[in-house]
Design a protein around this ligand. Sequence first.
Ligand code: COA
Length: 247
Amino acid sequence: MSAFETVIYEKTDEGIAWVTLNRPDSLNAFSVKMRDDLHEVLSAIKADDEVRVTVIKGSGKRAFCAGADLTEFLTAPSVIKARRIRAVRDLWRLFLSMPQPLIAALHGYVLGSGIEIALFCDIRIASNDVIFGLPEVGLGILPGAGGTQTLPRTMGIGGALDMLLTGRRIGGKEALQMGLVTRLVPRKDLLTAAGETAQKIASSDAAAVRNAKQAVIRGVDLPIEQGLDLEWRLAEKTKRSKPKNNY
Ligand code: COA
């Protein structure tokens, strides 16, 4: 258990970390404080070998996250300060470097930074009340948390440009068709579905899980020959991690 202002962190005996975005009054809008809290929580999870898998969810009934906190837009730091902060506290690269699988449990509004957080997760499960959208371009800015890179890698260039350039919101069925989520469940079943998926992963060999994730995440941007080499090296590493080598 932890006491962050904008995030709740819980860890179960089975090695499942639950991270809850916790600003329900502002639909879990992503603030500077939330960035700092999430950075701290994810850094702790990354360094904790007991954690096998992480689930990220939003508190309240209406949203996973309604995007960047619009009340902070006019108080953004100078470009130089922003760069300095980013160098020491780059939340998005931290997301990308997480060794354990991340599951996003998505409900209600998943907008802007919300969808970008979800895209850094490895498995996206949504409830049928979900609404995805990237309003940034309509607001005269670009997504700043990897969205232009992660969205096309997840759903293809056409679908990504459709969402990015028009700001069009899509519901659960369309998100499922476009590959933005892999599972759609009734609202009441969302946390059960995420929890069961986490349990399944937590019950598998930890090294096999981590190395399989790495093989995919690092391999997807490599030419196939290099990808096959990467897979071979990670498979060998997985074998070597076993107390008795029965291969
Ligand atoms: N930043 C800060 N506060 C936000 C917010 C955001 N991104 N999104 C919602 N809120 C706050 C609202 O200001 C409101 O606060 P209040 O109760 O103190 O007035 C509360 O959350 C509920 O939102 P509200 O707008 O009243 O709900 P709604 O059902 O009418 O509309 C949305 C929901 C998500 C469509 C609407 O809130 C919205 O468009 N939010 C902004 C989305 C966005 O552009 N995000 C930035 C991406 S870069």
